[in-house]
Design a protein around this ligand. Structure first.
Ligand code: CP
Length: 336
């Protein structure tokens, strides 16, 4: 049953395992119905605000296309497109948007910002990425794994390689412990996860039977992995100057075909939230190649383009899972 009507979607830590499983089933049904041309619109006449303090391709498009498929209308407020957090507080903007819209998506820097919007708008608020979390990305990843792996999600050994102090690691850890997975972080010791979010994840793991561990030892950390996931080493909003030190710290943790072979499983999947620096076809990729000789930064091109890579399957599933989050907020979609 759908228990998320009228609720916010700020972090997967707020959802029960049953609610996450429901959203994945709903996303699979919405995906199948869209492809079969028989999707049922449950959001006709709804007005959705899309507030982006940071740019986006996938998240923005998934909310816009998902809302349009469901009969809703969206208004995009980009990084320079509103008064929020400049001439007007988030608290005041929340009350204005809440009076005009039926739901608000927010992407930005502070988790506190999305929480303020939820506290003061009076309408459901969905987190489209903050510095602390990226819950819609995790749903897209889990739908992809459910489609591609030949085992239940609760039996998956999920290895995140990179920084344990980033939104993507937090978001995946939160989802993994809720669903009872074996979650490992492999990366430099100075970037191991810490703080209240991690403590909350560990407490959930005790209830669900999940495991959460971290190591700086690549061989031990990736052994038996069903999934190896990574993200960029310098994220949106971080200063460009960070690249020098991050290259020095993270190069032992870039995903290569040698690392994929170290899992001992030919069928290990590679996942990435995108955008990815896997070749020199971006300005950053070109700069890093010229400065440090790295052709492909966090992942090499051969792994990114391999049959094991699910990067674009996950990108497509941003649409179906984000649509599921919105639809579950408003009604009971027929699952049969
Ligand atoms: N992965 C992700 O959030 O992509 P966008 O920044 O393009 O939304």
């Amino acid at each position: 049953a759908n228990t998320m009507k009228g609720h916010n979607f700020l972090t997967l830590l707020d959802l029960s395992p049953e609610e996450i499983t429901y959203l994945l089933a709903l996303a699979a049904k919405l995906k199948a119905d869209k492809k079969a041309g028989c999707e049922v619109p449950l959001m006709t006449g709804k007005n959705i605000a899309l507030v982006f303090e940071k740019d986006s391709t996938r998240t923005r498009c998934a909310f816009e296309v998902g809302a349009a498929d469901q009969g809703a209308h969206t208004t995009y407020l980009g990084p320079t497109g509103s008064q929020m957090n400049k001439k007007e507080s988030i608290k005041d903007t929340a009350r204005v948007l809440g009076a005009m819209f039926d739901g608000i998506e927010f992407r930005g820097f502070a988790q506190e910002s999305v929480e303020l919007l939820a506290d003061y708008s009076g309408v459901p608020v969905w987190n489209g990425l903050t510095d602390a979390d990226h819950p819609t990305q995790t749903l897209a990843n889990f739908l992809t794994l459910a489609e591609q792996l030949d085992k239940p999600l609760s039996e998956v050994t999920f290895v995140y390689v990179g920084s344990g102090q980033c939104n993507m690691c937090n978001a995946l850890m939160a989802g993994a412990v809720k669903l009872g997975m074996n979650f490992r972080l492999v990366g430099p010791a100075e970037y191991f996860p810490e703080g209240s979010f991690v403590e909350a994840c560990k407490a959930v793991a005790k209830e669900t039977g999940a495991t959460v561990t971290w190591t700086d030892d690549v061989a031990a950390g990736v052994k038996d992995a069903d999934v190896i996931y990574t993200g960029v080493w310098v994220t949106m909003g971080d200063p460009y100057e960070l690249w020098g030190e991050r290259i020095a710290q993270f190069t032992p943790y870039r995903i290569t075909s040698d690392m994929m072979a170290m899992t001992g499983k030919a069928q290990t999947k590679f996942c990435h939230c995108l955008p990815a620096f896997h070749d020199t076809h971006t300005q950053v990729g070109k700069d890093i190649f010229e400065r440090f000789g790295l052709d492909g930064i966090e992942v090499t091109d051969d792994v990114f383009e391999s049959e094991q890579s699910l990067a674009f399957e996950e990108a497509e599933n941003r649409l179906h899972t984000i649509k599921a989050v919105m639809v579950a907020t408003y009604g009971d979609y027929p699952l049969k």
